[in-house]
Design a protein around this ligand. Structure first.
Ligand SMILES: [Ca+2]
Length: 458
C-alpha cells in the first residue's frame, strides 16, 4: 500500500518497526497529513476514519459470531461486522473496566499505566501527563470524540472536563463506571453535566450522529457503551426482541440474564443505527471499525462455557477473553484470526493505519498485516495482564500466555498453568509438575511474567 511512501514524505517510522527515536507527539509537527507535500507523481491516500465500539461486560459466552454461547444473543449488526471483517479468537483485555480503558488509550499494559482496579469517586486513575491515543490523533489533524463511559478518574483541577484534558476534543457521556438509571443519568458534555432522561444507549448514538455530521475531515470516534452492564433493565421495546419482559423500565425479579441480553440487543440495534448513518454519509468504506468487550460477562449473568466466579473480575478466560472484531478498509472479510492479541495492540494498529509514528511507550504490535490476511502472524508472542482490585486476595494477580500455555500468578502465592490451546476454559491445572518439558515451559513463562511485572515496579 501507499503507507510506506507516505512515511517517506513525513519521515516517520511505521508502527511495526523499531522506533527508538520516535518524536514525541507532543512536540511533533501537527500538520494534517492530507496537506503533506505532493507533486505530480505522488498523492497522499485519504486518511481513514476509525470507530471503536466498546461493549461493557461482554465476554465470549455472550457475544454473537463466536458460536460459544449456551444462550446466544441476537446481534445482527455484530454478525454483519464479522461477515465483512476479521474475528479474533484469542483477544485479551483486563478483568475490569478502568484498566482496559487505560490500556486501550495509552497502549501500555496495567503494570506500566498502574490502573489495576475500577476507578471510584474521588480517586485519580489515569496519571496526569499520560500520552493518549486521542491526543496523538488530534495533533495529527484527526477530529476526535468520545461518547459514553469514561471511568478513568477525575484529574485534580480539571473536574468534568477530564476526558477533554486527556485528548478528546469532544466528550459526551458519563464520567463514572455506570448509571443508576438508564432513563435518569448524569450526562456530561465537554465539562457541563446535566441529567438526561433519554435512554442512555440511544442518547450516546444520538450525540455521535450529531457530531459526525459536523465533520468534514478524518475522525476518530470512541463509542464506549456502558450497556449492557447493571442496572439490569428492560430497554425500549423497539430495540430488542424479548416480548416477555414487558414495558421498558425496571427488570422483573429473577430476569437478570434476560434483561442483560435485551440490553445487549439494544446496544446492537443502536450500533447498527450509527453504522447505517456512517454508511449514508458515504464514509463506511473508509472507516476502520472495532468492536470489543471491555472485560468478561458479569458473573451473575455469565453462561456456559464460563463458570461461576471465573467471569468479570477474574484473570481466568471468562474474565479477560473477549469478543474482538475489526472490519473496514484493508481488512479481510468473514475470517478468523487465531493469533494472540490484547488491548495494547489498538494504539500501534491505528498508528500504522494512519502512518503516524508509534510512541515509545507503545507495547503492542500493529495488527494491520493480520487484518489483511489472518494467516499472517502479528509477531506477538505473549499476552499479559494484571488485576489488583479484589478484596479477595486470591483473585489478585498477574497472568501471561503464549500460543499454547497460560500461567497465572496470584498474590496469594498460588500458581496455575493450563495448556490453553487445548483447555480454553482452564479445567486442568498442570502445576505442580515434575515433567521436564512442562517445567521448562513454566520457567520460560514465569520469567517473562516476572519481567513484565517488574517493568512497572511490581
Ligand atoms: Ca466493564
Amino acid at each position: 500500500m501507499c503507507l510506506t511512501l507516505l512515511c517517506l514524505l513525513l519521515a516517520c517510522t511505521p508502527a511495526d518497526s523499531p522506533a527508538p527515536d520516535s518524536p514525541n507527539p507532543d512536540t511533533q509537527d501537527s500538520t494534517p497529513r492530507d496537506s503533506a507535500p505532493k507533486d505530480s507523481d505522488t498523492q497522499a491516500p485519504e486518511i481513514g476514519n476509525v470507530l471503536v465500539v466498546i461493549a461493557d461486560d461482554v465476554g465470549l459466552d455472550s457475544a454473537a459470531c463466536y458460536n460459544l454461547s449456551s444462550d446466544p444473543v441476537r446481534m445482527p449488526n455484530l454478525e454483519a461486522l464479522c461477515s465483512r471483517g476479521v474475528r479474533f479468537e484469542r483477544a485479551w483485555t483486563t478483568p475490569i473496566c478502568s484498566p482496559t480503558r487505560a490500556t486501550m488509550l495509552s497502549g501500555t499494559d496495567p503494570a506500566i499505566h498502574g490502573v489495576l482496579r475500577a476507578h471510584t469517586d474521588g480517586a485519580p486513575a489515569l496519571l496526569d501527563g499520560t500520552l493518549t491515543l486521542p491526543a496523538i490523533a488530534s495533533q495529527a489533524g484527526i477530529a476526535t470524540a468520545s461518547f459514553g463511559k469514561w471511568h478513568l478518574g477525575d484529574d485534580p483541577g480539571v473536574g468534568a472536563t477530564v476526558p477533554n484534558h486527556f485528548g478528546w476534543q469532544h466528550f459526551s457521556g458519563l464520567l463514572t463506571g455506570g448509571v443508576s438509571s438508564y432513563w435518569s443519568w448524569r450526562r456530561t458534555e465537554n465539562g457541563l453535566t446535566q441529567i438526561s432522561t433519554t435512554y442512555t444507549t440511544t442518547s450516546l448514538v444520538d450525540d455521535a450522529v450529531t457530531w459526525v455530521d459536523q465533520q468534514d475531515g478524518p475522525w476518530l470516534m470512541w463509542m464506549g457503551f456502558n450497556a449492557p452492564r447493571p442496572p439490569y433493565h428492560v430497554p425500549p421495546e423497539s430495540l430488542h426482541t424479548d416480548t416477555t419482559l414487558g414495558a421498558a423500565g425496571d427488570c422483573p425479579p429473577g430476569e437478570s440474564r434476560a434483561c442483560y441480553v435485551a440490553a445487549l440487543e439494544a446496544l446492537d440495534s443502536e450500533m447498527g443505527r450509527l453504522l447505517d448513518h456512517i454508511q449514508a454519509r458515504g464514509e463506511l468504506e473508509n472507516t476502520l471499525v472495532f468492536f470489543i468487550g471491555d472485560n468478561g460477562t458479569e458473573n451473575d449473568v455469565a453462561v456456559d462455557p464460563v463458570v461461576a466466579a471465573k467471569g468479570k473480575g477474574s484473570l481466568f478466560e471468562g474474565g479477560i477473553r473477549i469478543p474482538f472484531v475489526v472490519a473496514g478498509p484493508g481488512v479481510a472479510q468473514g475470517q478468523v484470526a487465531d493469533g494472540l492479541t490484547d488491548a495494547t495492540d489498538l494504539l500501534p494498529t491505528l498508528m500504522d493505519y494512519w502512518a503516524l509514528p508509534n510512541p515509545d511507550q507503545a507495547e503492542g504490535v500493529s495488527l494491520l498485516g493480520t487484518l489483511a490476511d489472518p494467516s499472517v502472524a502479528s509477531g506477538k508472542e505473549t499476552v499479559f495482564t494484571g488485576y489488583l482490585a479484589s478484596p479477595v486476595k486470591g483473585n489478585n494477580g498477574w497472568t501471561l500466555a503464549n500460543q499454547d500455555y497460560k500461567l497465572l500468578h496470584f498474590e496469594s502465592g498460588t500458581r496455575l498453568m493450563f495448556k490453553i490451546s487445548e483447555d480454553p476454559w482452564e479445567t486442568n491445572n498442570l502445576l505442580p509438575t515434575e515433567d521436564a518439558e512442562l517445567l521448562a515451559i513454566y520457567e520460560e513463562l514465569d520469567a517473562e511474567l516476572v519481567r513484565r511485572k517488574a517493568a512497572g515496579g511490581f
